[in-house]
Design a protein around this ligand. Structure first.
Ligand code: ASP
Length: 317
């Protein structure tokens, strides 16, 4: 099985530039995981994308910690880093874990040392914009602390900051039907230091099986981990499901399971959070679905790079 119209790359909505670059690299004959990693590298280096790499929102202690994973279809090898500090290109470090070690995941201080050993420069990832967003969040924590809340301040400086998620996933398939995938993120904003989300967990935030397809996830990582999101999608594609239907099925499963934790659902029994899922099949078919309506995803194929709307479980009011 091979794509009918040449290589294809898909990504989360913030990855139009990433799929464009990945698709170009695929056309030049690049390996699919290398193409995906180079594509997301654009977003990792963008200080204005506050969900990943440089400029990513920091943890509770105002330190940016990155998670990333990669997977190579032809060898079924994976690489990942978690809670990586002071390094812009987490996905490329994860690729080094895949290429140069007999391991799958390296975390924290070890990941940082591993990155230095491979020539990745040390760089402070905290931008002023991300630090100011953290400061607003910190000030709003609780009424009884010594930080002035919005309504306690003598004058209002700026608006409230909800905790945000955001990430970039990219999957790629070559004209020969070989697959590669990666997911890279600064994770849930203001998370507990050391908290690891789904992005670097193989089978959760990313999975790739060269016989079937590749998949990835963004959004509430805890929900994706507990349903093995990406692995489940690839399994459904292996059983013959279209990528969109496979994503939708897993989004429904995650929504259903969230009902078991009261704090996660609204008065109508629907999740208070969102999860977005992306899938690319070996034959070049692709799709995406989220729990809530309004999401889109990026794709580049013979028709160029663009965004397309994602399927969804619940319509937002
Ligand atoms: N899934 C990521 C995490 O939980 C965050 C995100 O995609 O927004 O760390």
């Amino acid at each position: 099985m091979t794509p009918r119209n040449g290589p294809v790359a898909i990504a989360s909505a913030n990855g139009v530039g990433a799929v464009e670059l990945a698709h170009q690299r695929l056309r030049e004959g690049a390996d699919p995981v290398v193409a995906a990693v180079e594509g997301v590298g654009l977003v990792e280096a963008d200080p204005d994308d506050m969900s990943v790499g440089l400029g990513g929102l920091p943890n509770e202690e105002c330190v940016v910690e990155l998670d990333a994973s990669v997977m190579h279809g032809p060898t079924h090898k994976a690489g990942a880093v978690a809670a990586l500090r002071d390094t812009v290109h987490a996905a490329a470090v994860a690729l080094k874990v895949l290429q140069n070690t007999d391991h799958v995941m390296i975390v924290g201080e070890g990941a940082k040392r591993f990155a230095r050993q491979h020539g990745f420069p040390a760089q402070d990832l905290l931008t002023d914009r991300a630090r100011e967003a953290w400061l607003r969040w910190k000030m709003q924590l609780n009424d009884g602390d010594d930080w002035l809340d919005e309504n306690q301040r003598d004058w209002n400086t700026d608006g409230a900051t909800p905790r945000t998620t955001g990430t970039i996933h990219c999957s790629a398939v070559t004209a020969d039907g070989d697959l590669g995938a990666c997911t890279t993120t600064s994770g849930l904003s203001y998370k507990l230091p050391g908290r690891v989300g789904d992005s670097p967990i193989i089978g959760a935030g990313m999975f790739c099986d060269n016989e079937a397809g590749a998949a990835g996830a963004t959004g509430r990582g805890e929900a994706v981990i507990q349903s093995c999101g990406s692995h489940s999608i690839v399994g459904l594609m292996a059983a013959g499901m279209h990528p969109t239907d496979a994503c939708l099925e897993v989004a429904k499963t995650i929504a259903r399971r969230s009902k078991l934790q009261r704090r996660l659902i609204d008065d109508n029994g629907r999740p208070r959070f969102d999860v977005k899922l992306y899938a690319l099949r070996k034959d070049g078919k692709f799709g995406s679905a989220s729990i809530w309506s309004g999401a889109s995803f990026a794709v580049a194929d013979a028709d160029g790079a663009r965004t397309e709307p994602a399927a969804f479980v619940y319509e937002r009011a």
